[in-house]
Design a protein around this ligand. Structure first.
Ligand code: G3P
Length: 221
């Protein structure tokens, strides 16, 4: 599973990129607004940090506005994936401009039927939101499983990007369910490293080593 960072914060992106395991970035209007910098400028900076697919979302809700924004966003960098909501206008925009070679991430997907529409429209990526379904007491991970089966049944090339992942458990479950990509807030990526047995094991290895080799060094003195 590819790992994307779900942030527009440059410090978080630099730290993640430095670990060498970040394959791409997703942003949305809320994340861009949090940084307070115009989307085209911030997306350019993100493209300089991470060499991978970078999702940049339109804010128009009508087809004509989405088309205009999609052309502008796609021109910023070769790695841009234009993000549109899973609405009638979003699907129409995806179907039209995918044929021209613009890559789309269809976002705010909450049902397997919606995911089918995104694939039919030729989306490059579909983004089902796991955590937000959990929030309303529905099993978000079931959605990833259902989409994986549908896309496999019909050989749809659309990639499933598990979004709204809130914990290391979500990340592992999304990978088991067959998501092609998981997008993670920086905090969740950071937590993914942690295991108490790793810490305890490392401490023991270093103590055992130091006992023998420090004793040898001091007996030679
Ligand atoms: O980028 C969209 C998605 O990942 C948002 O997650 O936690 O706000 O539901 P969340």
């Amino acid at each position: 599973m590819k790992i994307f960072l779900d942030t527009a914060n440059l410090d978080e992106l630099r730290k993640g990129a430095d670990w060498g395991i970040v394959d791409g970035v997703t942003t949305n209007p809320s994340l861009i607004a949090k940084e307070g910098i115009a989307i085209d400028e911030q997306i350019k900076r993100i493209c300089d940090i991470v060499d991978g697919d970078i999702s940049a979302e339109v804010v128009s809700t009508d087809h004509a506005g989405m088309v205009e924004e999609a052309y502008k966003l796609a021109k910023i960098h070769k790695n841009i994936v234009v993000k549109v909501p899973l609405t009638r206008d979003g699907i129409k925009t995806t179907a039209k401009l995918s044929k021209e070679g613009i890559r789309f991430n269809v976002t705010l997907c909450f049902s397997a039927g919606q995911a089918l529409l995104a694939a039919k429209a030729g989306a490059y990526i579909v983004s089902p939101f796991v955590g937000r379904l959990d929030d309303i007491a529905l099993e978000g991970m079931n959605l990833i499983r259902e989409i994986a089966v549908i896309y496999k049944n019909y050989n749809f090339p659309t990639q499933i990007l598990a979004a709204s992942l809130r914990s290391p458990l979500h990340v592992a479950q999304a990978a088991v369910a067959g998501a092609h990509i998981g997008t993670l807030p920086f905090k969740v990526l950071d937590m993914l490293f942690n295991h108490p047995l790793t810490d305890r094991g490392l401490e023991q290895f270093l103590n055992d080593y130091a006992k023998v080799f420090q004793e040898q060094a001091s007996s030679r003195r």
